[in-house]
Write a protein that binds this ligand. Structure first.
Ligand SMILES: [Fe+2]
Length: 396
């Protein structure tokens, strides 16, 4: 039976090659003094930062450029940006980057509006997070197709002092406009492109595999996007400059984490919870962490909701096995084959992560994202600390 839901998609999508030049004209509808939040200069994005700044100035806006948002955005960096935003009396944020920059920008815009510090607002165990009272407007210009942050309410940041990484969601922070320019997306190199596609896959399957409820509409939408993603993944690794394919992947990113893919069967995000300590303790980029975690998670949790795992295995991975439990166990096998065929598969040792913090990281997961029972995190059923350690063990 479907669970009750609410959904709307308030972000205006502006898609097309070269359309980043319209950012000034678009931003002028929302503000007068813009903070461009982006990565450290010195990358292929430098000319795009210049284009965005010129477009904003041409449209009559004043501009402050804040560079230095990290691939795992640090609360401490975001707080520095918030101080500058307030001191400069900015009134709009242009988030120019991947999920980390857009997530960070959400905390800048909403915390500058609502007060306090960015970390006050994240989910952290039993603590009641502070709530935003509103947000300055955000325009996102995604430079990577992965997080879906360009048009949703979520945001993940890292506390560099405590090695914790956590998230919050707020409708105030949903970007007003996302300018999706596939010319910009061409700059993403091979390994990051692979990691990003697999991050999109993880978003598509989190709710699918963690909610026992059935919504055929949501399942079919998700399966369609997974098939589209896999097709276009094969194409993009043949030609990183193909802007048509970049455009298709951009849509998978946007709608894969929009809520649309989970209408009527909203679940939880155990794979992301288990990945977060890898990024927090070792500064591993999130997408790469998902590459490592997904096959192991699918193996350990296959018996939790076998009918859901089996459905995905049959509909997207060619499994014909009729027994649900047997078919559910084949999902991990098939996903691993896909990762290996595309030369995407990575282990913890491939990414330089040692084995000595598995207990500590599993403690982090159950403490920061508690499930319904003690020493667990939320999943298709409560995922125990021992199961989380087992996932890390399988990733070695
Ligand atoms: Fe993700």
């Amino acid at each position: 039976m479907m669970t009750p839901f609410e959904w709307n998609f308030p972000t205006k999508l502006t898609y097309g090659a070269g359309r980043v030049k319209e950012v000034g004209q678009i931003a002028a509808e929302y503000g007068k003094k813009a903070m461009i939040a982006t990565y450290e200069k010195g990358s292929a994005l430098d000319p795009v930062i210049e284009t965005v700044e010129a477009s904003l100035r041409d449209a009559g806006l004043d501009v402050v450029v804040f560079t230095g948002i990290e691939p795992n955005p640090r609360a401490q960096t975001i707080d520095r940006a918030i101080e500058i935003f307030k001191a400069e009396e900015c009134d709009i944020v242009i988030a120019l980057g991947g999920g980390s920059v857009i997530d960070g920008s959400k905390y800048i815009a909403a915390t500058a509006f609502s007060g306090g510090q960015s970390w006050d607002y994240v989910v952290l165990g039993d603590r009641v997070p502070r709530e935003y009272t509103g947000s300055f407007p955000i325009i996102s210009v995604p430079t990577i197709s992965a997080a879906g942050s360009e048009s949703n309410a979520g945001g993940v940041i890292q506390n560099a002092e405590t090695n914790e990484k956590s998230f919050s969601r707020s409708p105030y922070r949903i970007p007003k406009v996302a300018i999706v320019d596939p010319e910009i997306l061409k700059s993403v190199p091979m390994r990051l492109t692979k990691d990003s596609c697999i991050d999109i896959f993880s978003h598509l399957v989190e709710h699918y595999l963690s909610c026992p409820e059935e919504s055929e509409f949501a399942d079919r939408m998700t399966e369609g996007m997974i098939l589209c993603l896999m097709d276009n993944f094969d194409k993009i690794i043949q030609d990183l400059d193909d802007i048509e394919v970049r455009g298709q992947l951009a849509l998978c990113s946007i709608f894969g984490w929009s809520g649309f893919q989970a209408l009527g069967r909203l679940g939880c995000i155990p794979m992301h919870s288990i990945e977060m300590p890898l990024s927090a303790h070792y500064d591993l980029p999130h997408g790469r962490g998902m590459v490592v975690v997904i096959p192991a998670y699918l193996e350990v949790m296959a018996d939790a909701v076998p009918h859901r795992f089996a459905k995905l295995a049959r509909r997207c991975f060619g499994v014909t096995e009729q027994d649900d439990l047997k078919a559910s166990k084949l999902l991990s096998v098939k996903v691993t084959e896909w990762f290996k065929r595309t030369e995407s598969f990575l282990t913890l040792s491939d990414v330089g992560i040692p084995t000595d913090k598995f207990e500590l990281m599993a403690d982090d997961v159950v403490r920061m994202f508690p499930g319904g029972e003690p020493e667990t995190t939320s999943g298709p059923r409560p995922v125990t600390k021992a199961e989380i350690v087992k996932v890390y063990e399988l990733c070695k």
